[in-house]
Design a protein around this ligand. Structure first.
Ligand code: F6P
Length: 345
């Protein structure tokens, strides 16, 4: 028998730390149970009627697949059993009011990476737990730094839950035999320097100069200013990219670009960038728009997009420096800038 600590035991301990901790633990327990159901659906695919077919568009204008809708229903249903003031979901145009007096509110992306559903690749669920302000309508207009807890579940070869309460990042794996998450890694740390970058290179012609220059620097490897060879990955699923970065470092970029509707990139601040940034920072990495820290941003609208550059701190700072000094960036190929380390922090 596996003696690892279960998520329930872990949450029980956490819930002893205060009254609001009890409510937060109950919410995470409910989300985890919902994610076990979603994990089964993703694993069974067509056997449980999930084929990845498009069913419409959501409030943010993204195509909605069958699993997006099922995952949203499952999460909503699970959160009805606990005390949540307001729930924001990628799949709902407006926030859903629960128990107005509840001290916490929840934002969720029920199914992240949904273009991966029909091709049997990794998808996930992302959540963010915030304090409910006096006027609950402002729940999702707070800075990301106000988050109480955040996490995501990856439905990959293994189903894993990544969790932070603002004191480091712990990872749980789903034990399919007894349907429980069990603690497998405590205090995950991201290496400060990366040797992998992730970006959708098909948008290259639409990028800001800073992003193009950074990617060129990565591609120029040991001959370029970063002085090392990089590998490249693009999974098309934010949760999978984040999990990889937590395991072995790297930098992920979804910048704003010149395509219509993409001035602020593709990712949503409230239920994607905020929780992912919280986790990444808690693991010793950095998360930025390229110009400012993601956790210092507050959303003006529920489905607001934001450019995201996150991962190993050295590479994120490097992108920020390229944004801050475009005149240097424009001269990157001049001999002065072509030696190792110029852009390093
Ligand atoms: O939120 C949407 C998402 O699916 C992310 O998980 C992923 O990083 C991104 O979109 C992929 O976008 P694109 O299809 O433009 O590469």
């Amino acid at each position: 028998m596996d003696e690892r600590q279960t998520l329930k035991e872990y949450l029980e301990r956490y819930s002893e730390t205060g009254v609001s901790a009890l409510a937060v633990a109950a919410v995470i327990d409910a989300i985890a149970s919902a994610c076990i159901q979603i994990s089964r659906l993703t694993a069974d695919g067509a056997l449980s009627g999930i084929v990845g077919s498009a069913c419409g568009t959501n409030a943010g204008g993204d195509v909605q697949k069958d699993l997006d809708i099922r995952a949203d229903e499952i999460i909503r249903c699970a959160l009805k059993t606990v005390h949540v003031a307001v729930l924001a979901s990628e799949e709902a145009a407006e926030p859903i009011v629960g128990i107005p007096s509840a001290k916490i509110s929840v934002a969720v992306d029920p199914l992240d990476g949904s273009s991966n559903i029909e091709v049997n690749m990794t998808v996930g669920t992302i959540f963010s737990i915030v304090p409910t302000p006096d006027d609950a309508r402002g729940a999702f207009r707070q800075n990301g730094a106000e988050q109480i807890a955040a996490g995501f579940v990856v439905y990959g070869p293994q189903t894993s839950l990544v969790l932070t309460f603002g004191e480091g990042v712990d990872i749980f794996a789903l034990d399919r035999f007894d349907d429980e998450f069990k603690l497998v890694r405590r205090g995950v740390r991201i290496p400060t320097a990366a040797a992998e970058f992730a970006i959708n290179g098909s948008n290259r012609r639409h990028w800001d100069p800073a992003i193009g220059i950074f990617v060129d620097q990565c591609l120029s490897g040991t001959d370029g200013p970063l002085g090392k060879d990089f590998n490249m990955r693009w999974i098309g699923s934010l949760v999978a990219e984040t999990y990889r970065i937590l395991m072995r470092g790297g930098v992920f970029l979804y910048p704003g670009d010149a395509r219509p509707g993409y001035a602020d990139g593709r990712l949503r601040l409230v239920y994607e960038a905020h929780p992912i940034a919280f986790i990444i920072e808690q693991a010793g990495g950095a998360a930025s728009t390229g110009r400012m820290r993601i956790l210092d941003l507050a959303s003006e609208t529920l489905h607001q997009r934001v450019p995201l550059v996150m991962g190993s701190i050295d590479e994120v700072r490097c992108v920020e420096q390229l944004y801050a000094a475009p005149e240097l960036a424009a001269r990157t190929n001049a001999p002065l800038f072509a030696h190792r380390g110029f852009f390093r922090v």
